[in-house]
Write a protein that binds this ligand. Sequence first.
Ligand SMILES: [Zn+2]
Length: 49
Amino acid sequence: MPVFSIGAKPGKGKFLDACGHTVELNDDEALPPCPQCEHSAEVRWWRLI
Ligand SMILES: [Zn+2]
């Protein structure tokens, strides 16, 4: 599965971090730090959809 860092703009889709949290992006949005992880500097996002 493709893995993305915070700030990447992979396009519209749903993404999962290592803790099981998800975020949804629209086109042209950047991946945020995980809103549910306290120390999110190392967060990587995997594409689900
Ligand atoms: Zn998280």
